[in-house]
Design a protein around this ligand. Structure first.
Ligand code: GTP
Ligand code: MG
Length: 282
């Protein structure tokens, strides 16, 4: 019989693009949070619920902490900040291939002393560079430091063992088959945005928002909001090629038979409009 079932909530914070969502996916062994090479990909708290014999950890992925340039940016920071106080443990992720910058310091200073600092992307740099990074990070005086590569999986198991050793006995918060708390409609909208982020350049990534407005299985209607008509043209592509390809890639990740309709709408300055943000779920 299994006794001493442990459980806890663990937030993953850090500046944009350090690999927080990649880490939660690596831990879960499947995609629960979208990833891109553009900053500010994650826009809400996304939970990944890992249930093992030894216990259950509810991971909370968060938007990258940054200097906000819009109301959306402020909301993203607020969302990340909220995820610090409400949990048992905080992981602060930094990028081994980048110098420790302002965004990193912000996250490190906000995190409690018992936080775990995770140096990610160690596959991109030498061992000496990782050590130098750990040296710089020591001044933030956190409880432990883990070098990992979320992409290749190096160090992820060791990190997970540390997390289980740090959490206390507790209840199962979610049924064991639950992997995430995001609704099906929200997930499809995220998958569409992920496809568009992959092709978007410059300011376009920030201007894209997706929302599923109708769900009558197998018919799913998803709106793509952009801020300018020039952006609409990019998202649609020549003869609709970009949109078509995005739809194809998303459908591959949905149960068979899904019929996905994508519509592009110009919604000027939605990032700075409280009402639009509300409607888009931010
Ligand atoms: N080489 C390498 N790349 C990584 C690793 N982890 C993540 N990446 C890449 O870094 C980029 C950002 O990854 P995300 O997981 O979206 O980063 P994030 O911290 O969630 O970013 P935001 O949601 O914007 O705050 C993507 O291109 C990932 O493929 C890693 O361990 N090694
Ligand atoms: Mg993310």
């Amino acid at each position: 019989m299994t006794t001493n079932f442990k459980s806890g909530f663990v937030s993953i914070i850090g500046r944009p693009n350090v690999g927080k969502s990649t880490l939660i996916n690596a831990i879960m062994g499947q995609k629960v949070s979208i990833v891109s090479d553009k900053p500010n990909t994650t826009r809400s708290q996304v939970r990944g619920i890992l249930t093992e014999k030894r216990g259950q950890i509810v991971f909370v992925d968060t938007p990258g902490m940054h200097k906000p340039r819009s109301l959306l940016g402020q909301r993203l920071n607020d969302t990340a900040n909220q995820a610090i106080g409400e949990v048992d443990l905080v992981l602060v992720l930094v990028d081994a291939s980048q110098e420790i910058g302002k965004g990193d310091s912000l996250a490190l200073e906000k995190a409690p002393r018992n936080a775990i600092v995770v140096v990610n992307k160690t596959d991109l740099v030498s061992g000496e560079k990782v050590l130098a990074h750990l040296g710089t990070l020591a001044k933030f005086d956190k409880s432990s430091y883990f070098p990992i590569s979320a992409q290749s999986g190096i160090g992820v198991k060791e990190l997970l063992d540390e997390l289980f050793s740090r959490i206390s006995e507790g209840p199962m918060y979610y049924p064991p088959e639950t992997l995430t708390d995001i609704s099906d409609a929200e997930w499809v909208a995220e998958l569409v945005r992920e496809q568009l982020l992959a092709i978007a350049r410059e300011e376009l990534p920030h201007s894209i928002a997706c929302k599923v407005t109708e769900w009558e299985w197998p018919r799913i209607r998803c709106e793509i909001h952009v801020e300018r008509s020039s952006q609409k043209a990019i998202v649609i592509g020549k003869g609709g090629a970009v949109l078509k390809e995005a739809g194809t890639q998303v459908r591959k990740q949905l149960p068979k038979g899904a019929f996905l309709e994508l519509f592009v709408k110009v919604n000027p300055r939605w990032q700075s409009n409280a009402q639009s943000l509300e409607r888009l779920g931010y």
